[in-house]
Design a protein around this ligand. Structure first.
Ligand code: URA
Length: 241
C-alpha cells in the first residue's frame, strides 16, 4: 500500500485542535483553575504534539530561540548603528495574547526588554486589568532596535524587521494580537489608514485576529482616550471567553 507523501503542515486540522486544547489549558491555568492538568510539562507536551513531526513530515514551525539565533547581531538596517540592545520581545511562547508595539524607546534600548518605560508601565496595568500578567502574554515590536530620538521607524527598517516579528507570531500562534498604535497597526495590516479609524474592530493577519488600539504612550498624553482602549481590550477578553 502506498502512503501518499503529502506534507502535513502546521495548519492541518489535527494540529490546530491540539493547539486549541493547549491554549484552552493555558487559559485555565492563567485563570487559577486547578481542576485540570495545566502543568508546564503538559502544556509543553501539547506544544510539541501541536507540531507536525515524524518520518516524512517536515518540521515547519520554528521556535523563538531559532528566530533569535537567526536574527543574530542584526545589521540589516541602519538602526543597528545607534542601538544599545536588540529588543527581541519577551513573554510566554504559549501566549494566547500578543501585544505589538512600534519599537524600543530609550529605556527598552538600555535594558533589552520591551515596554519597560512609562508607556510600558501603563501597558502592564492594561494587561493586569484584562486579568492577565506580563509573563503569560507575549510583547514584541515592529522594529527591534530603537529609532534615534524615538522617531517613527522608516518603511525600509520595517521591511527588514517585520519578517522576524511574523515568524515570532507563527511560532507562538497566539489566539489574538493587540496592535498598539498607528505604526504597529499599519505595518501589521499593511494599510495607511489612521489608528482612529482602524481601532475598535478585529482584522485578520496570518489567520489570527488583530485588534488595533491606541498606543499607551498616546494614552499618557491623552488620558481621555483610555475609555476607547478599555472597550477594545474588552473585545479581546470577550474573544478569549
Ligand atoms: N513603545 C513601543 O512601541 N515599544 C516599546 O517597547 C516601548 C515603547
Amino acid at each position: 500500500m502506498c502512503i501518499p507523501k503529502t506534507k502535513m503542515t502546521a495548519d492541518a486540522p489535527h494540529f490546530q485542535i491540539i493547539r486549541d486544547i493547549r491554549n484552552t489549558l493555558g487559559y485555565l491555568k492563567q485563570s487559577g483553575c486547578t481542576g485540570f492538568d495545566c502543568s508546564r510539562a503538559s502544556l509543553e507536551t501539547l506544544n510539541q504534539l501541536g507540531l507536525p513531526a515524524g518520518p516524512g513530515v517536515a518540521p515547519d514551525r520554528e521556535t523563538l530561540a531559532d528566530i533569535r539565533t537567526d536574527l543574530g547581531d542584526c545589521r540589516r538596517c541602519g538602526l543597528c548603528e545607534s542601538r544599545t540592545h536588540i529588543v527581541f520581545g519577551e513573554g510566554s511562547p504559549n501566549a494566547q495574547v500578543m501585544f505589538v508595539g512600534e519599537g524600543p524607546g530609550f529605556d527598552e534600548d538600555k535594558c533589552g526588554q520591551p515596554f519597560v518605560g512609562a508607556a510600558g508601565q501603563l501597558l502592564t496595568k492594561i494587561i493586569a486589568a484584562m486579568g492577565l500578567d506580563r509573563e503569560t502574554v507575549y510583547i514584541g515590536n515592529i522594529v527591534k532596535c530603537r529609532p534615534p530620538n524615538n522617531r517613527n521607524p522608516e518603511p525600509e527598517e520595517i521591511r527588514h524587521c517585520l519578517p522576524f516579528l511574523k515568524r515570532q507570531v507563527a511560532a507562538i500562534h497566539p489566539r489574538v494580537i493587540c496592535a498598539l498604535g498607528s505604526v504597529a497597526a499599519r505595518a501589521l495590516l499593511a494599510t495607511e489608514a489612521p489608528i482612529s479609524r482602524l481601532r475598535g474592530r478585529f482584522y485578520e493577519v496570518m489567520g489570527i485576529p488583530v485588534m488595533p488600539t491606541f498606543h499607551p504612550a498616546f494614552l499618557l498624553r491623552n488620558p481621555e482616550k483610555k475609555r476607547e482602549v478599555w472597550e477594545d481590550v474588552q473585545q479581546i477578553m470577550k474573544m478569549l471567553g
